[in-house]
Design a protein around this ligand. Structure first.
Ligand code: GLC
Length: 225
């Protein structure tokens, strides 16, 4: 959605003029305050649902009330303290400063093997988790049942009408699981290399264009004029 203001305005105008309602679900790696400041800075429409922290938190409606059922599912078996302890053995992983422990995220220096070794250590210690690597820079350790894909699936099943038509759009590694849920999806032209090599599929469209223009291109591809 962001990155090309003019294209974003054109896309929003296009959606406004459609004969049906378009709802916005933002699915971001950012934490809530960071997501809200981006929405404000880019003058994005208020989302109908906001999924933050790589799928570990879901907020809805104008009040942005947290979905407590999803929160409960995220907390089951989640062991942030142990994950932090284990990470301290890998100095190449730099912990991101985040407002809470719903995910444990790091940045890392590319290609030094630490991420792989850390993942192996977590697996050996049988600590339930999901690890997601994005942009050759970020590594997120998340509750096992989280991730953008699982969170989006939950939101669609719980809140969307049965005949909903969906377009999922993404540009980096943390988007992969939601792009491959089976809903019509677009990898925008300016995506990170970890997505550009994904095999196309009838429901996974590689847009030529960047940012909001790529979303618009995919909307026309899947849903016509
Ligand atoms: C966003 C978040 C960061 C996360 C990354 C990958 O950049 O701000 O915390 O690690 O996405 O999911």
């Amino acid at each position: 959605m962001v990155g090309d203001q003019e294209a974003l305005r054109a896309l929003l105008l296009y959606y406004d003029e459609l004969p049906y309602d378009v709802a916005f679900v933002y699915v971001t790696g950012r934490h809530l305050a960071s997501a809200l400041s981006l929405i404000e800075a880019e003058d994005l429409p208020q989302p109908d649902i906001l999924i933050t922290d790589v799928g570990t938190a879901i907020y809805r409606d104008a009040q942005l009330a947290e979905d407590v059922e999803w929160k409960r599912q995220m907390q089951a078996g989640w062991q942030p303290k142990r994950i932090v302890e284990m990470a301290s053995a890998f100095p190449a992983l730099h912990r991101q400063s985040l407002p809470d422990n719903r995910r444990i995220s790091f940045t890392f220096s590319p290609n030094d093997g630490a991420v792989h070794d850390f993942e192996e250590a977590l697996a050996q210690a049988r600590i339930p988790h999901k690890m997601i690597i994005s942009s050759n820079r970020d590594v997120d350790v998340l509750p096992e049942k989280s991730g953008k894909g699982n969170a989006l699936n939950y939101v669609i099943e719980r809140y969307a009408p049965k005949d909903v038509q969906v377009l999922v759009a993404g540009d980096s590694g943390n988007d992969l699981d939601m792009l491959t849920l089976g809903y019509p999806a677009v990898i925008v032209g300016n995506a990170q290399p970890e997505l550009t090599t994904i095999e196309p599929h009838p429901r996974l469209y590689h847009a030529q264009k960047n940012c909001a223009k790529g979303i618009h291109e995919a909307w026309l591809h899947f849903y016509g004029s």
